[in-house]
Design a protein around this ligand. Structure first.
Ligand code: TPP
Length: 238
């Protein structure tokens, strides 16, 4: 893997590395708690941190992100207070969803993170809505939504990408392709050679990058790519 630091200083690179390490350290802790039976559920993003962290680092802090269940790095890179994050995962009253559940179905406006509601797909159209607001207000901002390879088979994916293209919305859709929709391999999920090919069908720009290269992810989002397709190693529920 080649790392091109471009004009990033060594201090910035150290900061980037810290941001990358942070979610991994939390996840390792959560997996221990899972095995001890102290938490009942965890969607692991181990091995996929660079995409969440790199994308978040590349955006301004007031640009909205719609993360999914393996994007812990979005929450940590936006510096959400750890005690409240852990309260959330314990299903405690002090958590972001006030004890209603204990997963990644939460966000908060202070950090410009719009949480998923469990269903795969709806977050893509919400990103369109935020982008439309930016466009109408003539703000130079983007919104960014994550989806997995499995999520691309949802009808919402088609609708959101089509509207974004037709209305020229400033939105970035990241397809985080880890090879499986839970346990369904990509060859049972779609027939195109690569998911990035779908961008052509909508008439939008699409680029495929190595989602494990933090600097590539950072640079690409900085340059405001529209559809990103990444291939990461496969890691999920331990
Ligand atoms: C509409 C909808 N269908 C099914 C599910 C159950 N579900 C949760 S995660 C997941 C896998 C999605 O695959 P992918 O988008 O590739 O993400 P992965 O978890 O494999 O990284 C599924 C089917 C859901 N949350 N929403």
């Amino acid at each position: 893997m080649n790392f091109d630091k471009k004009d990033l200083s060594n201090d910035q690179l150290i900061q980037f590395y810290r941001s990358l390490l942070w979610p991994r350290m939390i996840e390792e802790k959560m997996l221990v708690l899972l095995r001890q039976g102290k938490i009942s559920k965890w969607f692991s993003g181990i091995g996929q941190e660079a995409i969440s962290v790199g994308a978040t680092l590349a955006l301004d802090n007031d640009e909205w992100i719609m993360p999914l269940h393996r994007n812990l790095g979005v929450f940590t890179t936006r510096d959400m207070p750890l005690h409240q994050l852990f309260m959330q995962w314990q299903g405690a009253q002090e958590g972001y969803s006030k004890g209603r559940e204990r997963s990644f179905h939460f966000g908060n406006s202070e950090h410009h993170i719009c949480g998923m509601i469990s269903h795969l797909g709806p977050q893509l159209a919400i990103a369109d809505g935020v982008a439309l607001a930016h466009k109408l207000r003539k703000e130079k901002k983007v919104s960014l939504a994550f989806t997995g390879d499995g999520g691309t088979s949802e009808g919402d994916f088609h609708e959101a990408l089509n509207v974004a293209a037709v209305w020229d919305l400033p939105v970035i859709f990241i397809i985080e392709n880890n090879g499986y929709g839970l346990s369904t391999p990509v060859n049972e999920q779609y027939r195109c050679i690569s998911l990035v090919d779908k961008a052509k069908g909508y008439g939008m720009e699409g680029v495929q990058i190595d989602g494990n290269n933090l600097l590539t992810v950072y640079d690409t989002i900085r340059e405001r790519g529209i559809v990103l397709n990444t291939r990461n190693p496969i890691w999920w529920n331990a």
